[in-house]
Design a protein around this ligand. Structure first.
Ligand SMILES: CC(C)(COP(=O)(O)OP(=O)(O)OC[C@H]1O[C@@H](n2cnc3c(N)ncnc32)[C@H](O)[C@@H]1OP(=O)(O)O)[C@@H](O)C(=O)NCCC(=O)NCCS
Length: 194
């Protein structure tokens, strides 16, 4: 599996997204499970069961070939995780998901910046063309965050494949529209294949 590190500065902090090794997963698994199990986060992510630290370790060690999982840290403080899944290099598509875990850390722009960084990574390093995500209608903060990145509700037949429940909203963003929207912000984002 390739190990990537994506960095930028946000609010004076070094924001770092990285594909964690087994030790890094072990160190953060308990905390990540706590974030997943927070009642608000769990509802917004449509999780139906709680996660243990062992569940987290299992998810991260599965190394599905079409998935890249990232930890998020600001100045070394663990904030949450994000991933690109269903990466299809022929169709040049993937699905994106993110969580800023601590309730007190949400709503401060971290989710938007992380989403810009990972969407940029998908379009540049992975050379993808369209990124999709699903969201429940009640997730107002998530929807606003994604709209700031450039994602818009997509009612196309292709987008419908990403829906897990009939009520899910599917949002997507295309490479050209994203790069045009963020062209002035992108150069400070550094991508490193570790
Ligand atoms: C969704 C999530 C990733 C967004 O990250 P974040 O750092 O909290 O979001 P940001 O601060 O970058 O942006 C959120 C926006 O929503 C707005 N917002 C927050 N709560 C809101 C509400 N109840 N109504 C309207 N807008 C709201 C914020 O003001 C901000 O917009 P602004 O910058 O224009 O003011 C994060 O909140 C999270 O992880 N939530 C729990 C898990 C989750 O929902 N994951 C996504 C599943 S699709």
């Amino acid at each position: 599996m390739s190990h990537y590190e994506i960095t930028s500065r946000h609010k004076g902090s070094l924001l770092r997204l990285y594909t964690p090794d087994d030790d890094e997963v072990r160190q953060c698994a308990e905390r990540l499970a706590g974030f997943y199990n927070d009642p608000y986060n769990s509802t917004m992510m449509d999780h139906t069961t709680d996660h243990t630290a062992e569940d987290i370790a299992k998810i991260y060690s599965s190394h599905a070939p079409d998935t890249l999982r990232f930890f998020i840290a600001a100045d070394g403080v663990f904030l949450g995780d994000a991933d690109l899944r269903r990466i299809n290099s022929q169709a040049r598509t993937a699905e994106y998901a993110v969580m800023i875990g601590e309730r007190g850390t949400q709503g401060k722009g971290w989710g938007t910046q992380v989403s810009i960084m990972l969407t940029y990574f998908a379009f540049s390093a992975l050379q993808l063309q369209t990124i999709y995500l699903t969201i429940i209608p009640a997730n107002v903060a998530g929807r606003r965050c994604y709209e700031k990145v450039g994602y818009a509700v997509d009612n196309s037949a292709g987008a419908a494949n990403y829906r897990e429940h009939p009520t899910d909203l599917v949002m997507s963003v295309d490479r050209a529209a994203f790069l045009l929207r963020h062209r002035q912000l992108l150069p400070p984002i550094l991508i490193r294949l570790a």
